[in-house]
Write a protein that binds this ligand. Structure first.
Ligand code: NAG
Ligand code: NAG
Ligand code: NAG
Length: 254
């Protein structure tokens, strides 16, 4: 009987921990670099002593202490220097001008009339520059009127680069390891300027449209390259014919 009770309490404890863990994991906040982010406790503190801790993986570094809802002590050192605001009544923490290095777990613990614990997982995304479009060096293809264009953007967390024609997504790429994402596309000039290259992460989206001028320029380059190639081929065959002719004349003379 006693053993059963012990087993039951262990079981209940495990279930409780699972529950705490599950509820903790739900507070995921995603923010763009250089915005202000507030971690809301949703409580009113009465005569409580509270502490905020932070860590990239585990929140083990103390960043602020609130004594009896009045006195706030910051012990965050250089990382959050002049960037934290604390609401004395609720304990809510505002981080000013978040940086990508602020990404991590923030834990709020409070002991007063109630015991509280909240964990927030903050993910800060880099500002996305507008993707740039360049016309790829053309390869002569006289059987096709297409132009190859290449879109590129500086890579950052969870960034996805895509080509769209109107609202239709044609192709996309993402890779956490590269410093620059690039994606090339063969465009059909008859679709005009309906192509766009989009760079996006969960909090921001930047679009660059492919202008008709770009396509025409690429197309002109492609055809002039093809023409040049045809001219070169003509010159080479003329030269070969001339050499053969001279050899023949030489042969006859002998
Ligand atoms: C962020 O907070 C600071 C300090 O309160 C304020 O000066 C700034 O305007 C806020 N920025 C935004 C984008 O709300
Ligand atoms: C030329 O364009 C045609 C039609 O788009 C394509 O099937 C072919 O593979 C291209 N050839 C080369 C050498 O790129
Ligand atoms: C480009 O998009 C516009 C608006 O979506 C559409 O009306 C037009 O027909 C499209 N042009 C081409 C050549 O597909």
């Amino acid at each position: 009987m006693y053993a059963d009770m012990a087993a039951l309490s262990v079981y209940l404890m495990a279930a409780l921990l699972c529950y705490v863990w599950a509820t903790q994991e739900k507070s995921v906040l995603k923010a763009r670099e250089k915005t202000n982010v507030t971690l809301q406790t949703g409580e009113t503190l009465l005569n409580a002593e509270s502490v905020w801790t932070f860590g990239a993986e585990t929140p083990n570094m103390r960043i602020a202490t609130i004594m009896r809802g009045k006195e706030v002590k910051n012990d965050y050192g250089e990382i959050f220097k002049d960037r934290l605001l604390i609401d004395h009544h609720t304990g809510s923490l505002t981080i000013i001008q978040v940086k990508t290095s602020d990404t991590g777990k923030y834990q709020f613990q409070s002991i007063g009339t109630k015991i509280l614990m909240r964990v927030f997982h903050l993910i800060v995304y880099s500002f996305i520059p507008a993707p740039s479009i360049a016309i790829s060096p053309s390869v002569c293809n006289s059987s096709s009127s297409s132009v190859t264009v290449e879109c590129s953007v500086h890579n950052s967390r969870e960034l996805m680069l895509s080509w769209y024609r109107g609202k239709e997504s044609l192709k996309k790429t993402s890779s956490p390891k590269l410093t620059t994402l690039t994606l090339s596309l063969e465009v059909d000039p008859s679709y005009g300027d309906n192509y766009s290259c989009v760079a996006e992460n969960p909090v921001e989206r930047k679009t660059t449209r492919l202008s008709e001028e770009d396509i025409l320029l690429g197309y002109a380059e492609n055809s002039s390259w093809c023409q040049n190639e045809a001219t070169i081929r003509l010159i080479i065959s003329a030269a070969v014919a001339l050499v053969l002719f001279l050899l023949l004349v030489d042969h006859i003379r002998l």
